[in-house]
Design a protein around this ligand. Structure first.
Ligand code: BEZ
Length: 250
């Protein structure tokens, strides 16, 4: 699997809606003044700032050096770390994550690390892609890859579980589930689907040459347009969020 690369400037321009629409997860977390919180997969720190503004003391981590640099540039305690091998022990009142857990394809390893990072009674609250997330985009990419055997096998770098499957994992990982559900959230894009693919499908196309990438974008966009594009409303992607709050069992 090729590694996903991130460009914070491009992300802010064409995916700035990600932290904005992450507010329901922040509300569910309900950070309190003085709480020590781990922001797992902080990106450029847009939501880290919201948690700090509410009085929390936040350690932010991300697997992308570029995103960590962007979060540090905002003045935050941001560290380069893989969420699947967390090294914290008993130091956080809560672990929070928005739009990041679906990039971590070893969910049990994440839960083991989150459990270890929390203090007794600590909470794990977050939101990420659930079953059916961006399915119309996946269908369009599948059609393009089927049409071009020379592109190789389509390997998706995402984990989009059903609520039942994730609930089971949380419970097996030592958590009591407070709330957990799927929330379909069709999301208008500020730009077009080509810009979205350039940000989010980087790992899927990084083995292709420049002409193949152009062809991938053109054909995928054409396939997806029937479901996701409207002349008046523009592009709207079929996001489905899995939002949850869980508490560490004694
Ligand atoms: C998301 O649900 O945030 C997402 C998932 C895969 C690619 C891009 C975004």
């Amino acid at each position: 699997m090729n590694k996903q690369r991130w460009n914070p400037e491009r992300y802010r321009e064409d995916a700035g809606f990600v932290p904005v629409l992450g507010q329901p997860a922040v509300e569910l977390l309900d950070p309190q003044p003085g709480e020590r919180i781990l922001d797992l997969g902080c990106g450029d720190g847009a939501l880290t700032g919201d948690l700090i503004a509410r009085g929390a003391e936040v350690v932010a981590i991300d697997a992308s050096p570029e995103m960590v640099a962007a979060a540090r540039a905002r003045g935050f305690d941001a560290r380069l770390a893989d969420g699947q091998v967390l090294a914290f022990a008993g130091e956080f009142d809560a672990v929070f994550s928005n739009a990041a857990l679906h990039w971590m394809t070893a969910p049990d390893a994440v839960l083991t690390g989150v459990r270890r990072a929390l203090r007794p009674g600590g909470r794990f609250v977050g939101e990420f892609g659930g079953a059916g997330n961006v399915q119309a985009v996946i269908d369009a990419m599948t059609a393009t890859f089927t049409n071009h055997p020379e592109f190789g096998v389509l390997r998706l770098p995402w984990y989009f579980p059903t609520p039942e499957a994730y609930r089971k994992r949380l419970m097996a990982g030592g958590f009591r589930v407070v709330t957990l559900g799927l929330h379909p959230r069709p999301t208008p894009l500020p730009g077009d689907l080509a810009a979205w693919l350039a940000i989010f499908a980087d790992a899927i196309t990084s083995h292709l040459d420049t002409e193949q990438k152009r062809c991938f974008t053109e054909e995928t966009t054409a396939h997806a347009a029937t479901k996701l594009h409207d002349v008046k409303a523009g592009w709207q992607v079929d996001y489905v969020r899995l939002r949850f709050a869980a508490v560490l069992c004694d």
